[in-house]
Ligand binder design. Sequence first.
Ligand code: TYM
Length: 326
Amino acid sequence: MRILSGIQPSGALHIGNYFGMMRPAVALQAEGEALYFIADYHALTTVRDPQALRENSRRVALDFLACGLDPERATLFRHSDVPQVTELAWILSAVAPMGLFERAHSYKDKLARGMAATVGLFSYPILMAADILIYDSDIVPVGKDQKQHIEMTRDLAVKMNETFGQSEPDGRIFKLPEPRIQAATETVPGIDGQKMSKSYGNNIDIFSDEKEMRKRVMSIVTDSTPVDAPKDPANSTIFKLYSLVASKEEIADMRERFLKGGTGYGDFKKRLFEKLWEYFAPMRKRREEILNDKSYIDDVLARGAKRANELANQVMERVRAAVGLR
Ligand code: TYM
């Protein structure tokens, strides 16, 4: 089984990235051949500062390694170290129906937030399909916001198989990948209760310093229920985030205190901050260790690029032959 996922280096990683994708991705390392990449080609659609893109790419590698990615088991690489994906994206774009991509939520959402409509932003899901199909991926661990992109990938794979698959031994060029979305963490809320996202400015970063993390947690938006009154845990961002990091008993205790009344949101936020800070302590420690090893990240990325290229080249040979480029 081959597992693949990517993450954009468009800023510091937040706990939505961690619980939605990185933690499941780390768990899947034990179940098959895992390939995880830093999607720098994708980040070009929004980042305009070359130095920042380079630095963020290294930082994502560092953070992912600190969060448990084991380079002895999984392959970690930079998207742009496998430029064949852009060739595959072009081939896919030749069969990609416009209507399918005009319906993309993430594109419409970005325009609604005032981003300039570029061709890159529009065809982003085609590059993402190439990212997945070029490694014959079976499973793609992602948060819910990426679900539609995986569906589009499957649609494109079917279209390619129907159009060019006849001469293949099993009648198809591409495997159909499956998204792997964890129900409990499919959409981690940000401090305003909406989906946590760097671009919404509602993020709590995994590796921010203590003061900053406390400040972000203390600014979680709450309703105006008085201290004494019972509160609704199901609709509380504090409770939802606490449930990600606390033990069963601790979660049950917080639920009880919500329902009973008598505890203010400020106290619940303090408990949440303590738990979050404690949860990420081993990862902060690992991050420091990696930072002290000057060549570690470069070595991991160089090995990753080599392995990813081997796999991508095999698939590209097949694709070029099937469409008539060889
Ligand atoms: P990106 O960089 O926006 O996010 C990386 C991963 O984090 C997940 N995620 C969340 N999950 C739950 N709750 C949240 N609030 C939250 N915020 C982010 C995302 O779902 C994602 O899994 N297009 C992708 C990167 C990509 C990719 C790929 C992924 C490029 N090519 C191929 C899989 C396969 C993206 O922008 O993710």
